[in-house]
Design a protein around this ligand. Structure first.
Ligand SMILES: *Cc1c(COP(=O)(O)O)cnc(C)c1O
Length: 362
């Protein structure tokens, strides 16, 4: 098998050790004579995996005991609906702090279907033509049921390293692409949601970490399967959960722990992204259109100055074993994702390719 470097944004690469462990156990999980995907979600063996995954997540993120962890389906998009259905009263309103594609999608979902969503545009183009997060725009309005933001905008490559002060208004955050990539203070949030397919496990599962006083407020017509209180009551087994993603998440969480936890991940992610941004910054062949302070550590978004070379860049990358470097279709340009599973060597390989391509076309 020739070596491939996978920079897809999600689904994306998982640690080699995790993939190999899963492969080894696939037909015979812990001597049961059955594969993990063949086990009942209610079997003692699977329940053990489920509990262990939750315990590891709690430990790695230092989740306070007054927060519940729910394992669900429906993805990030499902939670864009679940959030207002669980938290927004019929005549209430919520503040949406928009910093890119995914927070805008969340705003639209609420605005078009569930009630009054107030749009706060929280990025602007500065005098150097760079996109910047403006935290002063993240102000809650009187009586808001919650404030919403996306911490890492996977498509735009913008990450918010500061949090707004929302006072008593619960802050709800989408951390689909940066969960477990650095330490966070969970107690600052009312709820955190993330799809596991960026960084944690194969696609199919979504996690909601929610402060317990925010349960029990769902609308009457909220589908039971999206009702956080129902999921909590049934310990995330109201319906058949995505057992394979749950199991893979457990393996990945063990892997993160064995390496030293999220603090260690943060150090690695800083080192990898710095290597790439430093080169991009020094070159006059490429450009990064995001202010330095707001650049995502896990999704490096950049452009070729001569965009007519885009197709050639992607094709040439593929020939050299670099896959998934094309930007999201709504934005164009290029994007290389450097999640936890990407070793430092993957950042080096990327920089070497960037240099080589620039040299050949300058
Ligand atoms: C991918 C992504 C989503 C959408 O997730 P789905 O599971 O495909 O609905 C939402 N938010 C962020 C930050 C993402 O990266």
């Amino acid at each position: 098998m020739s070596k491939v470097w996978n920079y897809y944004a999600g689904p994306c690469m998982l640690p080699v050790e995790v993939m190999e462990k899963a492969q080894k156990e696939f037909r015979n999980f812990e001597g049961t004579g059955m594969g993990v995907v063949e086990l009942s979600h209610r079997s003692a063996e699977f329940m053990k995996v489920a509990k262990e995954a939750e315990a590891l997540l709690r430990e790695l993120l230092d989740i306070p005991s007054n927060y519940r962890v729910l394992f669900e389906q429906g993805g990030g998009r499902g939670q864009f609906a679940a959030i207002p259905l669980n938290l927004l009263p019929e005549n209430g309103h919520a503040d949406y702090f928009v910093t890119g594609h995914w927070s805008r999608c969340a705003f639209k979902e609420c605005d078009e279907h569930y009630g009054k969503a107030i749009l706060h545009e929280c990025t602007f183009e500065n005098k150097d033509g760079l996109y910047e997060v403006d935290y002063s725009k993240m102000k809650v309005t009187e009586g808001a049921a919650y404030a919403y933001m996306c911490i890492n905008e996977t498509v735009n490559g913008i990450e918010s390293f500061e949090l707004p002060d929302t006072g008593d208004v619960p802050l709800i955050a989408d951390m689909s692409s940066d969960i477990l990539t650095r330490p966070i203070d969970v107690s600052k949030f009312g709820a955190i949601i993330f799809g596991v397919q960026k960084n944690v496990a194969p696609a199919g599962m979504t996690v909601t970490i929610v402060r317990e006083d925010l349960l029990g407020k769902a609308r009457k017509y909220c589908p039971s399967i999206m009702n956080w209180s129902v999921l909590d009551k049934f310990e995330s087994m109201y319906n058949t959960p995505c057992t394979f993603s749950w199991y893979m998440a457990c393996l990945n969480l063990k892997w993160i722990k064995s390496l030293g936890g999220v603090k260690e991940m943060e150090g690695r992610n800083i080192a990898k992204s710095k290597m790439v941004y430093d080169y991009l910054e020094s070159s006059d062949f490429y450009r990064v259109r995001i202010a330095v302070k707001d650049r995502s550590r896990v999704n490096c978004v950049f452009n070729l100055k001569d965009e007519s070379l885009n197709d050639e860049f992607v094709a040439e990358g593929k020939k050299n074993g670099l896959v998934g470097i094309k930007g999201h279709k709504v934005l164009g340009g290029m994007r290389a994702s450097l999640y936890n599973a990407m070793p430092i060597e993957g950042a080096k390989v990327l920089v070497d390719f960037l240099k080589k391509f620039a040299a050949a076309h300058q």
